[in-house]
Design a protein around this ligand. Structure first.
Ligand code: NAI
Length: 413
């Protein structure tokens, strides 16, 4: 089945992007060398449905070199980079992804990937798993299980698991330490600000930045906003996270209050309607609205449309919504994940860890699917620690080791 991409002639810059990131992904390289030598995935089909930019492409190539037939789609219409997709096709992978495709095309691509009846799926946000549980049961013929990249996808999986409806084992790659501690916190922290700054070309210093959600992503985003000189306000629904934000030195208030004072709003909750009509009505002229949570439902776009007398492209990737009294509220990247839809996603060194987890999670499904039930699992701690060791060594750091006496003293055996 032939690939569907924008234009194969874009491949050159895609190759450059992939070769740039692979230089900064030593852990994935080391793991990839072993997988390649063992031809771990020989004869297996792996469907990768993750934001299709250079780091994801490199993960797909690592799996390809390890013997897999790899089918790649994006996991969001705006995060696909057409040149990267073209480079993968030139390298012999099958790709169904185009930047800014319609929702119908997007789900069409996911369905096309399932037409290959994969043995393993690597999902990001749960759309592929959802299809398999609704309209595409036929595509589960060879399916051993899969892995999930992000918090929202893991939450959806837990919903299915609790209801006893999950039909195959899934590894919550997101829940490995080597994923969320670094990707969600430092990756989202840096790349969200990269996306906002390159899109707006405005200052962060001196601005009142409102961070909605003080989970792993929110913590990173607040930390980096502070470093950029912003006055940071946090909104939360969890009292413990709210205390943490206070003790980390941030102001905490309700969105109702924050709406009146904020200059830049960033939602990172995984929830919906975090910013809605009653908040939008209170915002001042020129505010910036951005989302870095998985789905474009955190800022209510219907409410924005209802309130606006007109909307227009204020700048590439910025939609200005003019209210009846002339105030303009600026929405970045259609309210989709700003770091991916208006940027290049997380830095390569961060995705090195996340995709090392993904590569070993795919191998874990292959090796252990027969012992696993239809539940959500986290990779064994030894695998997490092994990835951290490889990464640490690649960064030139050395740490102490426990003696036998110390292990006994700590009751570790
Ligand atoms: P998390 O579960 O650690 O944190 C979410 C926080 O939001 C929690 O503290 C929760 O109490 C809070 N929250 C929920 N509803 C709220 C509301 N209405 N108002 C204020 N706070 C609220 O989740 P994590 O890992 O931080 O992920 C957040 C979102 O970001 C998810 O959708 C996840 O999939 C996505 N994500 C995006 C990435 C990106 O590249 N942009 C990278 C990783 C995750």
């Amino acid at each position: 089945m032939e690939s569907i991409i924008r234009d194969i002639k874009l491949a050159k810059s895609g190759h450059e992007k992939i070769s740039w990131v692979n230089h900064y992904m030593p852990a994935l390289n080391a793991i990839g060398d072993t997988l390649k030598a063992d031809q771990t995935f020989k004869g297996k089909t792996v469907a990768v449905s993750v934001h299709l930019e250079a780091k994801t492409a490199y993960l797909a190539e690592v799996l390809h070199r390890a013997g897999a037939k790899v089918i790649v789609t994006g996991s969001n219409p705006l995060s696909t980079q057409d040149d990267v997709a073209a480079a993968l096709v030139e390298d012999g992978l099958t790709v169904y992804a185009t930047h800014a495709c319609t929702d119908e095309e997007y789900f069409g691509y996911l369905n096309k990937a399932l037409d290959h009846h994969p043995d393993i799926i690597i999902d990001d946000g749960g759309d592929q798993v959802n299809l398999l549980h609704t309209t595409r049961a036929d595509a589960m013929e060879h399916l051993l299980g899969g892995t999930e990249e992000t918090t929202t996808g893991v939450n959806r999986l837990h919903g299915l698991d609790k209801a006893g409806k999950l039909k195959f084992p899934m590894i919550a790659a997101n829940d490995s330490y080597c994923k969320y501690l670094f990707d969600n916190r430092y990756g989202t922290g840096q790349s969200t600000w990269d996306g906002i700054m390159r899109t707006t070309n405005l200052t962060v210093v001196g601005k009142r930045v409102v961070i909605a959600g003080y989970g792993w992503c929110g913590r990173g985003c607040a930390m980096r906003a502070k470093g950029l000189g912003a006055h940071v306000i946090v909104t939360e629904v969890d009292p413990i996270k709210a205390i943490e934000a206070v003790f980390d030195g941030f102001e905490v208030m309700t969105m109702e209050e924050a709406a009146k004072v904020g200059d830049i709003f960033v939602t990172l909750t995984g929830d919906k309607d975090v910013i809605r009509k009653e908040h939008l009505e209170k915002m001042h002229d020129g505010v910036i609205l951005a989302n870095a949570g998985h789905f474009d439902v955190e800022i209510n776009k219907n409410d924005l449309n209802d309130l606006a007398v007109r909307h227009f492209e204020a700048r590439h990737n910025i939609e200005g919504y003019e209210l009846a009294d002339g105030r303009i509220l600026n929405l970045l990247a259609e309210g989709r994940l700003v770091n991916l839809a208006a940027g290049d996603g997380h830095p390569a060194e961060i995705m090195d860890l996340s995709f090392a987890v993904q590569a070993l999670a795919a191998k874990y499904i292959l090796d252990h699917h027969a012992e696993l039930g239809n539940h959500v699992y986290v990779l064994p701690h030894e695998i997490d620690t092994e990835i951290a060791k490889i990464k640490l060594e690649s960064m030139g750091y050395h740490i102490d080791t426990l003696s036998e006496e110390q292990r006994q003293y700590l009751n570790l055996d």
